[in-house]
Design a binder for this molecule. Sequence first.
Ligand code: GDP
Ligand code: IMO
Ligand code: MG
Length: 447
Amino acid sequence: MIPANKQHTCVFGLGWGDEGKGKVVDLLCPAFGAVVRFNGGANAGHTVCVAGKKFALHLLPAGVLHDAALGVIGPGVVVDPIALLSEIDELEARGVAVTGRLKISDRAHLVMPYHKLEDQLGERQVSDKARIGTTARGIGPCYADKMRRHAAFRFSDLADESGFDSRVRQVVGERKRLLDMVYDTEVDLDADKVLADMSTARARLKPCVCDTAALLHQLMDDGRTILFEGANGLLLDIDHGTYPFVTSSSTGPHGIGCGAGVSPLVVTRRIGVVKSYSTRVGSGPFMSELTDETGDRIREAGHEYGTTTGRPRRCGWFDAVACRYGVRLSAATDIALMHLDTLSGFDRVGICIGYRLNGETVDTLPADAACQSQLEPVMEYHSGWSEDLTAIRSFDELPATAVRYLERLESLIGAPITLVGVGPDRSQTLLRGDLTDLIDVPEPTNA
Ligand code: GDP
Ligand code: IMO
Ligand code: MG
């Protein structure tokens, strides 16, 4: 058994995103030499609350909030350089020095302004039923260009200034004609403006750009451990999620190989993050959704509004089938169960333990979105608890009904719950097993 402080570790979402990954990554950071984003882009919104201060990170790994850790944006991330610069500026204005501790892969692709336009226009064009409800950050179109290859731009391309500029002029011209024609509009896309922005990005980000995979391998050779920070969630995975209502990247530990250039086989600790209920933002099937006042009550109690877009999140009971699906896919070694505090005060708490489709019982996710949307949840209910959990600091202090709920979840999803969130702050965290060796939960502050 490898000791906890020697294991390369991945934190990733088991749901449709927003599970509380930012908080878990932040807690783990001090034990690691680097924190690495390997998928997604500015569609992510990872919240970290420290002593009453709230940080929302979109492209930057949560590690940048810690002086000791290096923050790495891997080759599998699609980076909007303008969004990245404004995120850096915002953090630096709040006293967090970022640039010196940030490394960006020279293989990472650039999200260009026309990717964002295409994302928005494409969504507007389709029927309500077909609309994905994207974050409009240009994620899908950028990954599509990456796969198509001929019109894609990577950070390494910025180095050849004149070659980059002439190719950008050509692609911007083509895209403008295409978007104007397909969407019967006149898009605001000007090559000079795009090049001016890219030139700023080139100058400011140049010191950060490098071969990040080589850097990570060097760190590992030197005996440092690496923390991989997944974005989005397994139910939004491009291959394994509720397609087509998904994002465009590989969102779990399986994404580390392509997204960071490190074999997932070396990542022996895989911490799947999930809430003690379910949420989803954007369209798509949601098997245990509550469209009644119980759902509204969870939304208000959990402050369930999007970190990136501010949209209200859809809420429902815990879906043990979907969670077990994610646990199997990722071979999760640990579960971080967040927002247990949010369920205080409910007379009963529900768990979806199966689905029914056309009278038949189904215990995994069918591929087809139409089938997924017809799945009826098979529910079981447990007694709730009335106690406020936000000041609790150990598993032993949890009310008996909450403990029974956790035990039932563990038996259904097939992995141990070793971290429980009882509030947004770093200090509001309960730990079990060897995570206690790895995480130093701070004392609450009155800030
Ligand atoms: P991420 O995208 O997975 O990092 O999650 P988000 O930051 O988008 O959303 C999670 C929200 O829940 C944030 O506002 C966090 O501050 C908050 N949060 C995280 N863990 C807990 C918890 O255990 N209890 C409560 N009440 N809030 C939490
Ligand atoms: P974090 O990392 C919640 C959802 C969008 C939409 C779908 C596709 O904060 O958990 P995209 O813009 O990626 O093409 O949108 O995926 N989505 C997220 N939902 N949290 C996220 O990230 C998300 N990233 C994408 O709402 O339904
Ligand atoms: Mg989020």
